[in-house]
Structures are given as C-alpha cells and as structure tokens.
Design a protein around this ligand. Structure first.
Ligand SMILES: [Fe+2]
Length: 329
C-alpha cells in the first residue's frame, strides 16, 4: 500500500514512500558518465538510451519509484516530498532525466537544441515577443489539452516537477480523466452524437509555430479527437485552439455538425467534466498519462513559478515517427 494516499478517481496523490539513501549522487554520476555535456542541464535523448535505461533500472530507488507509479494503476499521480529540493540544477535535472528514462524514452521538446528537460516558467518579453510566447512560457492559465496533439505520435506520458510553486495562490495543476469526458457526453443526445462524430471524423490540428506570422506553409496533422487504445480504453487528442486554427486554414474539412460537436466538447471539458485541481507544493513530481487524461493550469501571476517538464514516449526515439512535441504546450 502507498503511504498517505489520496485517490480522486484515477488520479492519486501520495508521499514518496521509499528512501533515496545515498543513491541520488549515484544516479547523477551514472547519467554524467553517459553524457559528454548536459545541454545546459536540459539533456537530450541519449543515443544509447536503452542501455542507459537498463543501467538506471538497476538502481533500487529508481525501481521503487517506477513501481510506486505502476502500483497505483493511476492515470495521474502526484508524489509529494520527492526529495530533490536540496540538489543543484545539474544534479536535479540528471535525476529527473533518470526518472523519466525509467518510465520510457524522454523526447526532445526543443527541435533546435533537442533539450528534454523544459523549464515551464514565465519569460520576460516585449509586447511584440509576447505574441509568440506559449502556454509554458507565460503567466496566466492554460486551457485543457493533451501534449503534442498536432504530431503523428503524441508521447504517452509526461512528468512535471515543481521547483517553485506560485506564491500568489494560483497556478493549480488540472487533470481530467478522458472517461469523465465521455461520461459527461453520454448524458445528452447532442453529447452522444458529438462523441460518435468525433470518433470517426479526422480533424486538422494546426502545428503552433513561434514563427507563425512568417510561415508560408501551414503545417497540420489530421487525426480523430477520440480513439481506442489496444487495450480498448478511450484516448484523446485535444487542443481546441489548434483544431480551430486547422479548420480556419482548411474549412473544407469542417461541417456545421463537426464545428458544433467540437464547440460542445470544449464546453464540456472547460466547464462540466469533473477535474482534479491542486496547487502542487515545491518538490512534487506529477506523472500523467497524456493519452487518457487532459491537463491544464489555473491562472496565476507570480513570475517566479517554476516547473520542469519532460515528455516520455513508450517507443524508443530511434523508432518514433515525425517530430516530438514542442515547447508550445
Ligand atoms: Fe501541456
């Protein structure tokens, strides 16, 4: 059993229930031996990631952490008091990379630098730059979405580590179980019709670009909003602004019924579906299923709020199709 467990449907909050002992320095040492440089402490997918994964999985504390997440059979899990707050940035990010690699294969967030560990915090910007600043780089809220929805292979999982929670009483982490979205839709005839339509009709997800204003070519990916995983469970791709921009660019792919179904689903997601909402304290690790939950963020104003995010694919990077996610979500 997990210590101090709190269960909200498929979302779990628990305290770390194992000791790192002397292993934090050992883990950072293993990672350091495999990387000639840390890419500004952001790391990059290691060329021999499967060999490094095997080596890290042999570290008892990392195995225990992986088992702790697996044991809860949750779709989202917040582990408080993770125990990394006394580490310097390089060691902390090395341990986070190691944790991520024990769950799967961390992907690059930034296509230019290949950086894996992404700083989610507000950037100082001019009004002109602010037009291109994304959810992860500004204060305020973030609508519910799945990450990398506009790419062929959205990562199955992600991690967020809270370095410094917002001190302004905002910035709550939000998670919605996809099953709860379906349950809400099933309550009405329009909801049931929308669910049917959005399972069978591909929609264009526009790729957000920090250079969008200069882009000659629009990039988008067509996929259905709802689909079934191999085990029969329901999964989603969702980013309403990306679909709206995709349909603006390709109006022939839309229809009044499709637009109404998408608007209804957005309403259900933003206003009706039950959600896990929590201001996670410093030194919390949030793991989530990126296919079977939606995530978002409550609004905040404290520019010192700082999280680290790592996306994790179940497929080794060498076998992935198309680009990985970007900083934009
Ligand atoms: Fe996101």
């Amino acid at each position: 059993m997990l210590a101090s467990i709190e269960q909200h449907g498929n979302i779990v909050v628990a305290q770390r229930d194992f000791s790192w002992g002397m292993e934090l320095a050992n883990i950072a040492g293993i990672v350091a031996r495999h990387f000639p440089d840390f890419n500004g402490n952001g790391f990059y997918p290691h060329p021999q990631e499967q060999a490094l994964q095997r080596e890290l999985m042999a570290v008892p504390a990392l195995r225990q952490l992986s088992q702790m997440i697996g044991r809860a059979k949750a779709r989202g899990m917040a582990i408080t008091n993770l125990g990394l707050s006394a580490l310097c940035e390089a060691q902390r990010n090395a341990v986070l990379y190691a944790i991520a690699l024990c769950r799967g294969f961390p992907t690059s967030t930034d296509q230019r630098t290949k950086r894996v560990a992404w700083d989610v915090r507000a950037r100082q910007t001019t009004p002109e730059q602010a037009r291109f600043v994304t959810f992860s780089e500004r204060v305020g809220g973030a609508d519910m979405h799945t990450d990398s929805s506009f790419y062929p292979m959205p990562e199955e999982q992600f991690l967020l580590y809270v370095v410094s929670a917002a001190r302004c009483n905002g910035g709550a982490s939000l998670l919605i179980d996809v099953e709860d979205v379906e349950r809400e839709l099933q309550k009405t005839a329009e909801g049931r019709a929308a669910f049917e339509l959005l399972q069978k009709t591909p929609v264009p997800f526009r790729v957000p670009s920090v250079y969008a204003a200069k882009d000659e070519q629009l990039e988008y990916h067509q996929a259905t909003v709802f689909h079934r995983l191999d085990d029969g469970s329901l999964a989603m791709r969702w980013r309403y602004d990306s679909i709206s921009k995709g349909l603006d660019a390709r109006p022939e792919l839309g229809s009044p019924a499709l637009l109404a179904a998408l608007a209804l689903l957005n309403e259900v997601i933003e206003k009706q579906a039950p959600r896990f909402e929590r201001q996670l304290p410093d030194d919390t690790l949030l793991w989530a299923d990126n296919h079977r939950t939606l995530h978002g963020r409550g609004t905040y104003t404290d520019p010192a709020r700082h999280l680290i995010r790592i996306r994790i694919s179940n497929t080794p990077n060498a076998d992935r199709v198309g680009p990985s996610g970007i900083a934009a979500d």
